[in-house]
Design a protein around this ligand. Structure first.
Ligand code: SAM
Length: 241
């Protein structure tokens, strides 16, 4: 990954997608170093299938950055099922005002996020190895925003995410272009969890001639989540709300 080519493509991609204001010299350099660390670590630890420069910039960095405009200033944000740190690590890099927690049940992924935090000096990022439905027991209603990408269908994901959100806070679900069907299926369950739909953004992200269709579905927490949720994962899967 050649440094200047990466930085140029990063700026061009963010500009092409109306997000150039999210980058400066410092954040661009940190994103380059994070990409290099991801590719290097991925040689011996399976973290991601996307390892080419363009794929990382479009599908990991621009996609993660696209939720930034939906997150209020100074918010405490939880990323459920962060994997190698998406969307949380790029978000921590481009939004130093946020206090971000990356959560994943897989130890090697959290080890990677923690090593990125240390190597890049990301003071606004924390990482926890736990299952969401268990971590919720001690951390209910303690985040302003909970987000998640590529973890589960909305009717399962909502029970993993909504209990963490303070009343008045937001559930920012990152989806591909098939979110409408999932949203319908999750409608009743999300209501039971104490949240209501507020907006849907449908958009394409592009990098040179490649485009990906994405959706951001936003729900607002309107009432505390009843104490019986989240249930055990086996029950959530067997009988989604
Ligand atoms: N969000 C990342 C991304 O978009 O690149 C990773 C997506 S990966 C397909 C799904 C991740 O969710 C895995 O790393 C898995 O360990 C994690 N995961 C699945 N269920 C979970 C749960 N109940 N609690 C915490 N992490 C979970």
């Amino acid at each position: 990954m050649e440094h200047q080519n990466f930085i140029d493509l990063l700026y061009n991609t963010f500009e092409e997608n109306g997000m150039k204001d999210l980058l400066d010299d410092n954040s661009a350099e940190l994103l380059y170093r994070f990409a290099a660390l991801l590719v290097e670590t991925n040689k011996h630890t399976n973290l991601t299938a996307i390892t080419d420069e363009k794929g990382i910039i479009l599908k990991h960095f621009a996609d993660s950055a696209a939720i930034s405009r939906h997150i209020p200033q100074g918010a405490a944000v939880l990323d459920v099922g962060c994997g190698a740190g998406f969307p949380s690590v790029p978000l921590a890099i481009i939004r130093s005002d946020l206090a971000i927690t990356s959560l994943d049940s897989t130890g090697k992924k959290i080890d990677f996020v923690l090593s990125a935090k240390e190597k890049l000096g990301l003071e606004n990022l924390n990482a926890v190895c736990a299952r969401a439905e268990e971590y919720a027991a001690l951390n209910r209603e303690s985040f302003d925003v909970c987000t998640s990408r590529a973890v589960a269908r909305l009717n399962v994901l909502s029970e993993l995410c909504v209990p963490f959100i303070k009343v008045g806070g937001l559930f920012v679900a990152m989806k591909s272009d098939k979110g409408a069907e999932e949203a319908k299926e999750a409608e009743e369950g999300i209501k039971k969890l104490g949240a209501a739909p507020t907006s849907v953004s449908l958009y394409s992200l592009t990098c040179e001639e490649t485009a990906i269709d994405r959706e951001i579905r936003i729900y607002k927490k309107t009432a505390p989540t009843p104490k019986q949720y989240p249930r055990k994962y086996s029950q959530i899967l067997k009988k989604p709300l």
